[in-house]
Design a binder for this molecule. Sequence first.
Ligand SMILES: Nc1ncnc2c1ncn2[C@@H]1O[C@H](COP(=O)(O)OP(=O)(O)OP(=O)(O)O)[C@@H](O)[C@H]1O
Ligand SMILES: [Mg+2]
Length: 356
Amino acid sequence: MLGIKNFRLALRLSAILVIMLVVLLSLLFYLLDLQFSYKSRILMIFLFFFFFIFSVFLIHYRIERFIQNKIKNIYKDLSPSGVSMSQQIIQSDMEVLRQSLRKFADDQKLEIESLKEKENYRKEFIGNISHELKTPIFTIQGYVLTLLEGAIKNKNVREKYLKRTAKGVERLIYIVKDLDLITQFESGIKTIDRSNFDIKQLIENVFDLLEMQAIKNKISIGFDREYQKSFQVFADEERIQQVLTNLIVNSLKYGVKNGKTEVSLEEINEQKILVRISDNGEGVAEEHLPRLFERFYRVDKSGNRKAGGSGLGLAIVKHIIEAHQEKLLVESTPKVGSEFSFTLQRASVEINSIQD
Ligand SMILES: Nc1ncnc2c1ncn2[C@@H]1O[C@H](COP(=O)(O)OP(=O)(O)OP(=O)(O)O)[C@@H](O)[C@H]1O
Ligand SMILES: [Mg+2]
C-alpha cells in the first residue's frame, strides 16, 4: 500500500541525493577542469532525472517494507491469538495505524474493566455466601458437639438440641436453594414456563399457606376488597407464587403487631394486570430503596435481624419479574408501610371469556 506521507519523504530524500550528486560532480569536474559538450550535458540531465525517479521508487519501496515489517511484529505482539488484529490489512499510514491501535487499546481497556468487574462481583458473591452459610453451620456444629459430649444422655435437652440442629439444616437448605435459583437466573439458564391461570386463585393459595405465619406474627392478610371475577394471566405460575410468597412473607416479617397486609388486583389496560402488596409495617427509608433488590442487601445489617433473612428474597422477585419482562415497583415510608407492585400479562381475551 502506498502511503502518501512515505512517498513525500522518498521524494524529498531523492531530491537531496540528486542535489548532492550534482554538487559533488560539478565540484569534481571543476577541480579536474573537465569540459563537456552541449549534448553530453543534456544526457547528464536526463541521467540525473532517471536517477531521481529510480531513487524515489527505491527509497519509497524500502521505507514501506521496513515499516510494514516493524508493524507486522507489533500486530503479532499485540494479538497473540492472531485473531483480531492480524486479520486486518497491515497499515503503513501512521494516522490509520494510530487510530487502529487506539481502538485496539480502548477495546482492551473495556475488556479488562469488565473482567475486573466480574472478578469483584465473584469475590463479593463468594464472600456473601460464606458469610451467610457460616451462621447455620456453626449453630449445627455447636449443637452436634454438645450432644456428642454428653448432652445426648440428658433427656431434657436432647430433643431441644436436635430440633435446633434440624432448624439449622433447614436454614442451610433454604439459603442454598435461593442461591441456586439466583445463580440460574443470573447465568441465564432459568427460563420461564408460561401458562394461563387465575392470579386471584393463586393469591388465595398463598394466603392459605402463610396463614399460620400470619397468625404467629399477629398480622392479618387478605384482599383489599372482594373480587368476584377471576383474573386470568399468562405467566409462570410456580415462579409468580414464589414472588407472592416472598413479598407477603416480607410484609409479615417487617410488619408491626396487629398490622395488616393487603393485596389488590387491577386491570390497568387491555394487556396488563397490576398486583399490589401493601403493608403498614416498619417501612424502608428512601436511601435504601435503590439497593433493596440487590442480592444479600438488608436494611438492618446488625445480627438481630428478624427470622434470619439473608437478603435474597427480593433479588429473586426481581429476577422472576424481569424474566417475565414485566415491571416491579416499590414505594415505602418508614413507620408508615410499604407497597410492592408488579405487572403481569393478561391472558388473551378469548381464554378470559371461556373461563369466565
Ligand atoms: N415489606 C417490607 N417492609 C419493610 N422492609 C422490607 C419489606 N420487604 C423487604 N424489606 C427490607 O428489605 C430487605 C431485603 O429483603 P429480602 O426479602 O431481599 O431479604 P430478607 O427478607 O432479609 O431475607 P430472605 O428474603 O432472603 O429471607 C429486608 O432485609 C428488609 O429490611
Ligand atoms: Mg425476604
